[in-house]
Design a protein around this ligand. Structure first.
Ligand code: M6R
Length: 586
């Protein structure tokens, strides 16, 4: 689970007589060293945690598991207990003392307060007191052969196998042991023993759950010879895009069964809201340009953290699309609930099967990228773009906005994307490595473009900043002169994306303007665009595709650039500072 948090880690293991706890600040390696690879802390049931600090700095004390004063109960927690200050004060008034600054510690102290020998009864009592989000793993000294877990708004799965049963907050953590999983829903409680798993609702009534088999195997969640997950995932993009497109292209047509919309529904669409965070939001931005241009349906794109609180106007005929790799992003999940609360149909474009958003959306279009481990998304991003292109073309055709011959040409271009991505990976890496070595010391970067190129700029800029810690901004090229141009000086790196032939000239004049102020210009442009090389310092060429799909190609050199700049700076790019793979808190 280290990719979900890595500022500290810990274990609590029940050896039949007592709960042994080992925890420390730092990467998992530090915990491994502390416990001699786990040898010094043995038992038959236990819980572990890798932390990404929300409440309290990363420290040995703030690491999970947290435990009560006599170390008879230990807890690991993902999520945030929003009312922890109030609970903490009440417990202090009752004589409890706290060691950490975390919100989690109130959970274990509350369990201590309510526990009278019946673990499940204490857990349900505690659930009624907690506000916020949680996936909890709990061990009790009195129940050495049992492990308890419960969730609300934070992911939790149970894996079952002949040699034992597991809880985890994501599938890759248990793939080594089993592919048979149960997805735990909000308010459900699980009791595990070595040979048995029982599920209960919050009234402690036993419930039945359906066992699912995960399609991914362990090799998909390992590095497979690559130095980093990010590089592996960059190279998996041709396959990921192909896997997302191919099942939906049949007999030279686009068929999206999972959409569950008939022709009438599509013709009646008045508006689309795309809601997402981070890179998924950027694919939404690209989707807006493509859907509006092809299908002529107005599209509004919102950051989920804004959408959920801004009282959006969702009227009859609106389709809300939530895009998320993990399917667990707290803001996106809240946005989905807001849309559903207003009676809207929600379509999820999701990568993780069985994730919370996938389960709560009315319909799900899965992106078949496989497990994405690197914090900086690459292959999931590319598959999200593919899903949006399919939707745009399908909507356009059904609404009569796209003549058959244009549809056929677009489809031909769409089908070529995987091999064109492959050709960039085969031919451009050495050049990008060279460019990265030149720009490794750059302090300030801008990414500019117009139209679809602006949306590519957004993603290029985010990739660079999140893994190489270089300050970077993305701007529509025409907007620079309204302020940001004041920041251009000798040595500022500007990456200009130029794939929209009808807009070339406009962006080229912006490039001339910034070059004359000392900027170094890197152009990413279509093969054959000779003008770009004349005005830029270096040009990277990408294969020619239809103008609606260029983001899928132009983003590849930008991903590689950020990767090699980060390598040049000697950074741990699979685990960038302050970031976690899925942001399950607000
Ligand atoms: O799992 P999600 O797609 O919902 O995640 C959304 C963002 O947190 C994510 O794209 C983030 O911006 C990545 N670090 C980008 O590389």
């Amino acid at each position: 689970m280290e990719y979900r948090g890595y500022d500290s880690a810990g274990l609590a293991v029940n050896d039949g007589t007592k709960i042994e706890i080992a925890k420390c600040k730092g990467r998992l390696k530090a915990l491994s060293d502390l416990t001699n690879g786990g040898e010094t802390i043995q038992g038959t049931s236990g819980i572990g945690h890798t932390r990404w600090a929300t409440h309290g700095v990363p420290s040995d004390t703030n690491s999970h598991p947290h435990y009560n004063s006599n170390e008879s109960i230990a807890v690991v927690h993902n999520g945030i207990i929003e009312n922890y200050i109030k609970i903490k004060q009440r417990l202090i008034d009752k004589g409890y003392s706290f060691q950490s600054q975390t919100d989690t510690e109130v959970v274990v102290q509350l369990l201590d307060h309510y526990y009278e020998g019946d673990a499940l009864a204490a857990i349900t009592k505690v659930m009624t007191k907690l506000e916020g989000s949680y996936a909890l793993g709990i061990v009790f000294n009195d129940h050495p052969d049992e492990l308890f877990a419960v969730r609300k708004d934070s992911p939790l799965i149970v894996g079952v196998s002949e040699s034992g049963n597991y809880i985890a907050s994501d599938v890759p953590a248990i793939l080594k042991y089993t592919r048979d999983v149960y997805y735990i829903d909000n308010g459900e409680i699980v009791k595990l023993t070595r040979d048995n798993v029982s599920f209960y609702n919050s009234d402690l009534e036993p419930i039945e759950k359906e066992l699912k088999t995960v399609a991914w195997d362990i090799s998909a969640a390992e590095k497979g010879g690559y130095e980093h997950f990010m590089l592996k995932e960059i190279h998996e993009q041709p396959k990921a895009v192909r896997d997302t497109l191919n099942p939906r292209i049949r007999d030279n047509d686009i068929v999206i069964d999972e959409l569950n919309m008939n022709e009438e529904d599509i013709k009646n669409l008045k508006k689309i809201f795309i809601v997402a965070c981070g890179s998924a939001y950027h694919t939404g931005m690209t989707g807006k340009y493509v859907i509006e241009d092809l299908a002529r349906i107005p599209v509004e794109v919102d950051l989920a953290s804004e959408f959920r609180y801004r009282n959006p106007i969702l009227e009859e005929g609106t389709l809300t699309i939530i895009i998320s790799q993990s399917g667990e992003t707290a803001d996106s999940l809240a946005a989905l609930r807001e849309a559903k609360r207003q009676g809207m149909k929600v379509l999820g474009i999701i990568n993780v099967v069985g994730s919370s958003i996938a389960r709560e959306a009315d319909n799900v279009m899965y992106t078949w990228a496989g497990p994405e481990i690197a914090v900086a998304t690459t292959k999931a991003y590319s598959t999200q773009l593919s899903a949006l292109y399919l939707l745009a073309m399908h909507f356009a055709k059904v609404r009569g906005a796209l003549p058959q011959n244009e549809f056929d040409t677009l489809l031909q271009n769409l089908r070529q994307l995987p091999e064109q991505i492959q050709s960039i990976l085969d031919n451009n890496v050495t050049q990008i490595q060279y460019i990265a070595s030149k720009f490794v010391a750059v302090k300030e970067c801008f990414f500019i473009g117009r139209g679809v190129d602006y949306t590519t700029a957004l993603e290029g800029s985010l990739k660079l900043k999140e893994i190489s810690y270089i300050h970077s901004e993305a701007y529509p090229a025409g907007e620079l002169k309204h302020g940001p141009i004041a920041l251009i000086e000798d040595g500022t790196l500007v990456t200009a994306i130029l794939t929209q032939e009808d807009l070339y000239k406009k962006t080229l004049s912006n490039i001339v303007e910034i070059q004359s102020r000392g900027a170094l210009v890197l152009a990413v442009t279509n093969e054959g665009n000779e003008e770009a090389v004349k005005v830029s310092d270096i040009a990277v060429y990408i294969p020619v595709t239809d103008k609606h799909f260029t983001t899928s190609l132009a983003v590849i050199p930008l991903q590689l650039l950020s990767y090699y700049v980060s390598i040049g700076k000697g950074l741990d790019l699979d685990k960038p500072r302050n970031l976690a793979k899925s942001v399950t808190v607000e």
